[in-house]
Design a binder for this molecule. Structure first.
Ligand SMILES: [Zn+2]
Ligand SMILES: [Zn+2]
Length: 121
């Protein structure tokens, strides 16, 4: 079995884990990621749903568009995960809610056309 990667929100109410593997990741520069995080972009990693579990707490759900649902900690607001109708077998996890985000450099950029002019990647 592969190593288990863990993460969670700022306050610790929500914790999650998944099995380590070579997953796709991206910085998303869309306006919804920006608004829901208050940051210039969100770095995501796509984990097969069957490998992912919440170990503590239940995040609050936000229907953020007609195709996507986001989940964040109801106590501290940390954006944690996203589900997309188009890719129902995956859960997207915010890389910066992982305990070791330095180990997971995103390998692409999405919605580059919406990227703020002062962001360098
Ligand atoms: Zn929290
Ligand atoms: Zn986005």
């Amino acid at each position: 079995m592969n190593k288990i990667i863990e993460g969670g929100c700022f306050c610790g109410s929500v914790r999650y884990s998944f099995e380590s593997n070579d997953y796709l990741s991206a910085n998303c520069h869309c306006s919804i990621c920006r608004r829901t995080s208050g940051a210039p972009f969100i770095s995501w990693m796509a984990i097969p749903l069957t490998y992912f579990e919440y170990n503590e707490g239940t995040p609050r759900k936000l229907i953020s568009s007609s195709q996507g649902t986001r989940y964040f900690c109801k106590d501290c607001g940390t954006p944690l995960t996203c589900l997309l109708d188009e890719y129902p077998k995956y859960i997207y996890v915010t890389i910066c809610s992982l305990d070791t985000p330095q180990d997971f450099k995103p390998n692409s950029d999405m919605y580059v056309e919406d990227m703020l002019g002062w962001v360098k990647t």
